[in-house]
Write a protein that binds this ligand. Structure first.
Ligand code: 5SP
Length: 226
């Protein structure tokens, strides 16, 4: 449960908490969050723990002490901040998707507009084939505060190549092999949500053939970059 406020600060996992605190700046820098909305978490390597933003902490004031260490049941084990409202959701994903080491949640405006309409973003850009391997799917409506969102994420992404899901009426949740990879997926989600929205204003976007999506995805995931 995430309701227990940890009053202890033992300073464990400080390097990781500093790095994850700093990563939150990418959310503001890319215009993905407003005020205190959104959060980043990362699994602690080799331990049944993860670190996550404290609930309601302002981004400008976020330091390593604003990041709380939790176990995989979502219970705070180190830190002075009550962990994010989405802690039980992140914990559920870490328990059920062992390959996932990082998660991000945003209310980035274009992607969340798609979520408000519960409409998947169709794969009509090569950048989508690259990063998402297909459309960005929509997950079910879920209330905030328990593991319902996590259940929706796992159910939706379990049979998708996409590292992003648009939770209906809510916003973007992304997963990755690291918190940084999940942040990248959140940035890319907003970018393609905006471009496909703009394309829609001009006419009907042209779908990419499945074989070409497969080819794009394979190249980008296996051969792109240094
Ligand atoms: O939408 C939600 C809850 O899912 C969050 O984005 C909140 O807006 C921020 O919650 P904290 O992580 O600060 O508790």
């Amino acid at each position: 449960m995430t309701t227990t406020e940890s009053r202890t600060e033992r300073g464990t996992h400080r390097e990781q908490r500093e790095r994850v605190a700093a990563l939150h700046a990418e959310l503001t820098r890319n215009g993905l969050v407003t005020w205190t909305s959104g959060n980043v978490s990362e699994r602690v390597p080799g331990e049944d723990l993860f670190v996550i933003k404290g609930s309601g902490v302002l981004y400008d004031e976020l330091t390593w002490e604003g990041i709380t260490v939790c176990d995989l049941d979502g219970t705070a084990v180190d830190g002075v901040k009550r962990p994010s409202s989405d802690t039980d959701a992140h914990a559920y994903v870490y328990r059920h998707m062992p390959e996932v080491n990082g998660q991000v949640h945003t209310h980035s405006p274009y992607a969340t507009a798609w979520a408000a309409r519960a409409e998947p973003i169709p794969c009509v850009l090569t950048a989508m084939g690259d990063e998402f391997g297909g459309p960005i799917p929509v997950g079910p409506f879920a209330l905030i505060g328990d593991d319902s969102i996590g259940r929706g994420i796992v159910a939706t992404l379990g049979d998708s190549r996409s590292p992003a899901v648009l939770m209906q009426n809510h916003g973007v949740f992304t997963i990755g092999r690291s918190a940084r990879a999940a942040v990248k997926a959140a940035v890319m989600t907003e970018d393609v949500a905006r471009t496909v929205h703009l394309a829609r204003q001009l006419g009907e976007p042209v779908p990419i053939a499945q074989a070409d999506i497969d080819s794009l995805y394979a190249r980008y995931q296996n051969a792109y970059g240094q």
